[in-house]
Design a protein around this ligand. Structure first.
Ligand code: ARG
Length: 418
């Protein structure tokens, strides 16, 4: 008798874990993000975490869970190429340096969940001390916590005193960021180290930045020789390279060096946009964050030296975004979430449409384009054999892009999150 009692709960447990879970999603319509076509009445069959059929006639089958969403437009899970998940977003300036990477990782758990709950199923984390981002990625992969699929960079590479260094303490503290490396060989070693400890990609700083003390947006950081060393070493190990760059010279040199994406790209010009297109380089332009920094930054502790720099760059970045759209640059959705609260990433869509993209172009930037940049072959579309990363919004995102700020259905790898 005792033996039987033991066996039954075990059986129930295995069954409930559902290794072969099958779900039929029946929405109002599905958005094909590649063509922009709306397919009314299509159903999506999800088996073992993958999309196995997208069709108007999927027969009702036994043993399938049916999810009926009669007012919903279904589209692929969104992606963001530029977030900072680790750390407490409330800490700004000097406060930030007192946070341990353990605490940063714990905040990362909360931030990752908020990001997923907003419909972002894959994001790239570009810069974290002590590989807190690697731990976060692994915890999500191992299903210890929920969050988007993460691609992570570990500590970003940068010159001594540059935007990717830590410059707020005086010399006697001997404080420097972990990714600081000067000269080709130090750089190559740092890339190797980041790979060794689990980074998926390399991020480096090619110019000064807004949030860093004592750096200039227009000044290039690193020489061409150094940038080439980063790219060569990273590409040798199959890692993509993302270059932070606001000023034109740094943007141009990063493209020359062969990076995969230029982050911010704020002061790019027409000629350099064409250069990026010719070299197949993606531009990731975070055109929402300026409103947050200038609107709410001061009361949220963003230091005056950062506000001052932001005032010189936000508007120009938007104008250059428009020029990049008109020049048909390869563009990805990247927000810099972390400067503002996580889970608000989708606010940027409205700005992308205001500044020249059609709604479908903005959606493509956050789906098929990001998938291409990330080197992921089976995400970013609602398509057979793709991972079941699926979101739903009420209404039609092509007619109202802000509907993406109100995602009400979320599935990640076949698991219903919301
Ligand atoms: N992390 C970036 C930096 O500090 C933020 C730039 C935000 N401003 C902007 N206009 N995109 O440089």
């Amino acid at each position: 008798m005792k033996k039987i009692l033991f066996i039954i709960p075990l059986f129930i447990f295995l069954h409930a874990e559902g290794y072969s879970q099958s779900i039929l999603i029946k929405p109002k319509q599905v958005l094909d993000v590649r063509t922009g076509e709306i397919i009314i009445g299509a159903g999506i069959l999800v088996e073992d975490g993958f999309i196995t059929k997208v069709s108007k006639n999927i027969p009702a089958l036994d043993g399938y869970e049916v999810i009926s969403l009669p007012e919903t437009t279904i589209l692929p899970g969104l992606m963001d190429s530029h977030v900072h998940l680790t750390g407490n977003t409330d800490l700004k300036g000097y406060e930030g340096i007192s946070e341990s990477s353990y605490l940063a990782a714990i905040y990362g758990v909360k931030n990752a969940k908020q990001t997923l709950m907003a419909g972002f199923t894959t994001v790239r984390n570009v810069g974290a001390a002590n590989y807190a981002d690697v731990a976060l990625r692994d915890a999500i992969d191992q299903k210890a916590i929920i969050g988007p699929t993460l691609l992570v960079s570990g500590p970003p590479l940068g010159i001594t005193g540059g935007h990717c260094d830590s410059n707020i303490l005086p010399a006697e503290y001997e404080n420097k960021a972990q990714g600081v490396a000067d000269g080709p060989w130090e750089i190559r070693k740092k890339v190797r180290e980041n790979r060794k400890y689990g980074a998926d990609l390399i991020k480096y700083c090619a110019t000064g930045g807004v949030m860093s003390k004592n750096t200039n947006l227009n000044n290039r950081q690193y020489t061409l020789e150094e940038m080439r060393a980063i790219v060569d070493e990273a590409h040798t190990h199959g890692m993509k390279v993302a270059a932070h760059a606001h000023g034109l010279e740094g943007i141009r040199m990063a493209i020359d060096a062969g990076v995969d994406s230029v982050e911010h790209s704020s002061l790019i010009d027409q000629d350099t946009i064409r250069h990026a297109i010719a070299k197949g380089v993606f531009l990731s332009m975070d055109i929402y964050v300026s409103d947050y920094i200038l609107g709410e930054g001061a009361k949220n502790g963003i230091p005056e030296y950062a506000l001052k720099k932001e005032r010189t760059v936000g508007r120009k970045q938007r104008e250059n975004f428009k020029m990049a759209v008109e020049t048909r640059a390869k563009m990805v959705f990247g927000t810099d979430a972390g400067i503002y609260p996580h889970g608000k990433n989708a606010r940027q869509f409205k700005y992308m449409v205001q500044w020249g993209m059609t709604p479908i172009q903005a959606i493509q930037a956050a789906t098929i384009n990001t998938a291409e940049l990330f080197g992921l072959a089976n995400v970013g579309e609602i398509k057979e054999s793709y991972e079941a990363d699926i979101i739903g919004v009420k209404g039609d995102p092509i007619k109202d892009i802000t509907s993406l700020e109100r995602v009400h259905f979320i599935m990640k790898e076949g698991q219903i999150i919301k």
